[in-house]
Design a protein around this ligand. Sequence first.
Ligand SMILES: C[S@@+](CC[C@H](N)C(=O)[O-])C[C@H]1O[C@@H](n2cnc3c(N)ncnc32)[C@H](O)[C@@H]1O
Length: 485
Amino acid sequence: MTQIKRARERRMFRLLSRVFASVRASRNAVSAPVHLSFCSAASRCADFPVKPIMEANLYRPPQEVRGMTSLDKDAFKQTITVPALRVPTGVLNKVVKSLRKSTIQRPGIPRVVQDQEQSSDFRLVLLDPHRVCSPDSFNEAEAEALRSFSVPQELHYYELQLSYDNLKSEEVLEAVLPQGLDVTSGFSRVGHIAHMNLRDHQLPYKNLIGQVIMDKNSGITCVVNKTNIIDSTYRNFKMEILAGEEDMIAKVKENGVTYEFDFSRVYWNPRLSTEHQRVVQLIKRGDTVFDVFAGVGPFAVPAARAGASVFANDLNPESYRWLQHNCKLNKVESRVQTFNLDGRVFIQGPMKQEMPALLKANASVHVVMNLPALALEFLDAFKGLLKQETHRDVNLPTVHCYGFSKDDNPEKDVVQRASHSVGFPLEGRCSVHFVRNVAPNKDMMCVRFTLPEEVLFSSDPEHTETSEEPRPKRQKCEETRDAPS
Ligand SMILES: C[S@@+](CC[C@H](N)C(=O)[O-])C[C@H]1O[C@@H](n2cnc3c(N)ncnc32)[C@H](O)[C@@H]1O
């Protein structure tokens, strides 16, 4: 009995040595793309305890690529050994389906290949070397399926040539960037543009990173990196091209609506699509919307599409032009009036003019204020907006005002700041919605409240109503003929 056991152990040792030697020897080999050569059969594995016979990460590219700053795709070529099953062609599809979880999953690598003898009766099903190391690796359902299709659980080993094309972006970047440092290959996608926010330690590799992101994500033809924090008035940021052609005119679809804009000159954040939808869903046909910080129109355009009359404003002339362009693009220019004003001037000008009539009407009025860094401070513009003699009605506007908060209690914080700005306690009279976490200790919140009569008709001495009526640059979209350049 002991002799049999020792013989089994010796066989196992020989088998493992052979497989490891095959992996090592093939690491730097360079040959035709994705070759699959028959290596050896190893059904004896069944006798041995389940042990991993492959490296922890078999797909790890060769050591030599570490520190590369200019992408050399050839340096990623290597040959590895993967397990396979020899399957009669008659049951091939059924077997592949049954082994879904155990077959190889690699970009550009087929799961089924010819066997060594190029037999028309058999094919080789390549298996995931990190899941399958012996016939025992198959789970009960898989083993049962193999039995039912009369496929022996005998493992074969194949040499598979891997190239740059078969690696995922994280695998390439992890192999290239300094060991132990964070490899973030995440980006925001804005049409054909991938927008990254690289850390200092990644900067020496920025062009390589850009190239990898472009290669590994279909449809991306331009990769940019933020070069400063988003602190300009217009909420856009400087960026540099890391890879691809410099074409900043993006076309995106959000919630079924198409927008076009120059990404380098306006604000656009794909992470706000849910928030845009949440607010737009509250707007009904016949309602009126005042979008104080409209950007290129992600609230204004869908609100108009939903049948609302929209007054949309942005201080950035470039946003204003693309806002008009997007109204036309979506055929809602007759329902959107656009303005290129400071938000306060917009509230105390065009909005003030429209408000008395709207207060008498039945349809809802929404005021959207998405400039989270500053919008809460703009709320004081509503104080005493209308004179006492103006007809009062219950149809008061609903304000959706956004704010960032770094407070431990962001809900309380934004309500306090909104109350202070508007000069009226909003506690218990508003709802607060968490929009998203923008940094480890910074949240974006939305405070929603009905603008109190006490604020709108306030005779607060602090309120200094502009004696001169602001003369807005006001335009109906349809009057504008120029497409944004
Ligand atoms: C955070 S973006 C929001 C844009 C759009 N509403 C959205 O949800 O994507 C804020 C916008 O406010 C504009 N803006 C900044 N300061 C402004 C001001 N004082 N008055 C009016 N618009 C302003 C910026 O140009 C920018 O387009």
